[in-house]
Design a protein around this ligand. Structure first.
Ligand SMILES: [Zn+2]
Ligand SMILES: [Zn+2]
Length: 198
């Protein structure tokens, strides 16, 4: 069983990912405007790549433990029905994205939480998606979603659901509710953080 350590930018929040192997992760670079808006809202454009992409490693919640700094975990939503976007309050590092349903068998972690050893453990991203929102033309990325990324993601989520890997989750309580209250951006805040060009 191979485990990887992760930490926020300042090091106050630390965790461990178990089963850090390609078969138990789904790594995709997302260029969508919402991920760019999230980074901007945190004041952390530095977590994006040169094309505005976010390198996301989807993991099964049951594989992830937060070992230090739980009190720094915060939650942002870009709109009342938006994704749950967990981040740290200590250094505004993106932490984990997921959908509201407590049965969602994934947390999308920012690659930058991990050290240099993560690329060998996870393998490269399986693709880039939503490149229509990218700045420039990221090589090999799809404007929307590619069939290959959709199929691999469906396989990953299907196995997570089959084996009940949605829980326990380090960002939900025993009833499945987020461990912190979400702050929802106002329309004005969201518009101010939107990427300038699509
Ligand atoms: Zn921090
Ligand atoms: Zn995105």
């Amino acid at each position: 069983m191979s485990s990887l350590a992760l930490a926020c930018t300042c090091g106050a929040v630390r965790g461990t990912l178990r089963h850090a192997v390609p078969a138990q992760v789904n790594r995709v670079v997302c260029y969508c405007d919402d991920c760019q808006t999230f980074a901007a809202a945190l004041g952390r454009a530095d977590v994006l790549d040169g094309f505005g992409g976010t390198d996301i490693v989807q993991v099964y919640p049951c594989n992830l433990t937060i070992t230090e700094g739980q009190e720094h975990v915060a939650l942002l939503r870009l709109s009342p029905k938006g994704l749950l976007r967990f981040h740290t309050a200590c250094c505004q590092a993106p932490l984990a994205n997921t959908v509201p349903s407590a049965r969602a068998p994934f947390l999308g972690l920012n690659r930058k939480l991990f050290g240099a050893d993560a690329d060998a453990a996870f393998g490269p991203p399986i693709g880039g998606v939503q490149a229509k929102f990218a700045h420039g033309r990221p090589p090999g990325a799809s404007d929307t979603l590619s069939a290959g990324v959709m199929a691999r993601t469906a396989w990953f989520l299907g196995r997570g659901a089959l084996f009940g890997r949605h829980a326990p989750s380090p960002v939900r309580d025993a009833a499945g509710a987020p461990i912190v209250q979400a702050r929802v951006l106002s329309r004005e805040e969201r518009d101010a953080a939107r990427p300038a060009s699509g």
